[in-house]
Design a protein around this ligand. Structure first.
Ligand SMILES: Cc1cc2nc3c(=O)[nH]c(=O)nc-3n(C[C@H](O)[C@H](O)[C@H](O)COP(=O)(O)OP(=O)(O)OC[C@H]3O[C@@H](n4cnc5c(N)ncnc54)[C@H](O)[C@@H]3O)c2cc1C
Length: 390
């Protein structure tokens, strides 16, 4: 039997977050916009922490962190539902108590120094694989790590690193054996900022920016290898694949809010003596957006369900990411169009979402790379055109 309903517990958790977003986050929106327009962070770090601690009082801490590490260990489906709720506001909030999935590969000593303080919020990490000459083609990275006695000397440049300017340590991927390359010759190192790497923020069309990182003869002890020597590329792919469904999950909430704004505006804005909602041209924009949002919701939940079921969910996640990136951008464009000149102003947050949602088509695998994966899976018969039901 296919069951699309939520359990009582899932509904309660989802509803708690819905209320949190309405009561604690949405009231901050005007101030977030004012700050961003002054070029300041919309939600300063101390305010984010205060909100995270408030959520923690009600048990919302480490949404996907295993319970043995003090987290909630929620399912992928429930996490997707929570992301969708958070996406209803542009206030840049995320729950505290999370650490990168690959940090769980740390040995006991590394766990004490990196994993646990990251979960508790004392330390900030960043993940660095992309380079100026290697984005989609991550196997082309050139950053090198050369053995020198008991240490490794890292040289190279990373770019577009989320949190790279704020992080106090980086999980950096470097070539340790050029002959093997990505196939056994790339290693991940945990490198504290005080070992000497430098960062520079990158200005973007969004309200937050990643950073470029420079490693110039950065000496790193052998003990800083995360996982095994030469196995870094596998770790990198695990990090990237950790929750691709969560990016379009957040977009579900944004699209819900945007379409609601469009409906309200269409019902009240009058031209030629009648609300624009009475015009078929506007109705079709609303109809297409509603259908696509519904399809996106089920693609995301289906991918999350595959994760929870222990299936190989990579194809379903690529499908949800590609569709979400494309459709969220089409929807925000239609909503902007429905608002006419007002949509183009900074009085409304639509243009902000327009800029923010654009990123969804680029990071963690561009549209083209998702299509490449999807096509390869279909052409080589890795997945069936008939889907999981056969
Ligand atoms: C805001 C932001 C945050 C990011 N955060 C991180 C981070 O934390 N850590 C990190 O390591 N990286 C991060 N990235 C990097 C991101 O993953 C890359 O930008 C992305 O993978 C694309 O790589 P690229 O920019 O080099 O584009 P390229 O790979 O140069 O691609 C350029 C264009 O060519 C297309 N293309 C490439 N190859 C093919 C192909 N085979 N067939 C068809 N079309 C192709 C692409 O789809 C794209 O349209 C971030 C990027 C941004 C913008």
């Amino acid at each position: 039997m296919v069951d699309f309903s939520l359990s009582t517990e899932e509904r309660e958790v989802r509803d708690w977050v819905r209320t949190f977003v309405q009561r604690e986050l949405m009231p901050l929106e005007p101030e977030v916009l004012r700050r961003e327009r002054r070029g300041e962070p919309g939600l300063p770090a101390e305010e984010l922490t205060a909100l995270q601690l408030k959520a923690k009082e009600s048990g919302f801490w480490g949404v996907q962190t295993p319970e043995e590490y003090g987290g909630m260990g929620l399912s992928a489906v429930l996490t997707a539902l929570l992301e969708a709720e958070l996406g209803k506001t542009f206030v840049p909030f995320r729950f505290g108590g999370q650490a990168d999935n690959i940090l769980y590969y740390a040995n006991e000593e590394q766990k004490e120094r990196y994993l646990l303080p990251t979960i508790s919020g004392e330390r900030k990490s960043c993940f660095a694989i992309t380079e100026p000459g290697a984005g989609s083609d991550a196997k082309a990275i050139r950053t090198s790590a050369r053995k020198d006695g008991a240490d490794w000397i890292i040289n190279g440049e990373k770019t577009f690193i989320t949190g790279g300017n704020e992080a106090d340590f980086v999980m950096v991927f470097a070539v340790t054996d050029p002959a093997k390359g990505a196939d056994g010759g790339v290693t991940c190192f945990l490198v504290d900022r005080d070992l000497g790497w430098k960062s520079e923020p990158i200005d973007t069309m969004g309200e937050w920016g990643p950073a470029s990182l420079v490693f110039s003869d950065v000496r790193v002890p052998e003990t800083q290898i995360l996982g095994e020597l030469g196995q870094g590329f596998t770790l990198a792919m695990q990090w990237i694949g950790r929750g691709r469904y969560l990016l379009p999950a957040r977009a579900i909430g944004s699209c819900e809010r945007l379409i609601s704004m469009a409906i309200e505006y269409a019902n009240t804005r009058e031209t030629f003596g009648a609300p624009i909602a009475t015009r078929q041209a506007i109705q079709w924009l609303i109809a297409d957006s509603g259908v696509e949002l519904e399809a996106l919701r089920w693609l995301v939940l289906h991918a999350a369900w595959q994760v929870d079921s222990g299936m190989d969910s990579r194809h379903a996640q690529s499908v949800a990411k590609l569709y979400g990136g494309q459709k969220a951008n089409e929807i925000v464009d239609r909503v902007l169009q429905i608002h006419g000149g007002m949509g183009y102003t900074r009085e409304l947050p639509i243009e902000r979402w327009y800029r923010e949602l654009r990123l969804l088509r680029i990071y963690e695998g561009t549209d083209e790379i998702q299509r490449r994966t999807i096509a390869r899976n279909l052409l080589k018969g890795h997945v069936k055109v008939s889907g999981v039901l056969g």
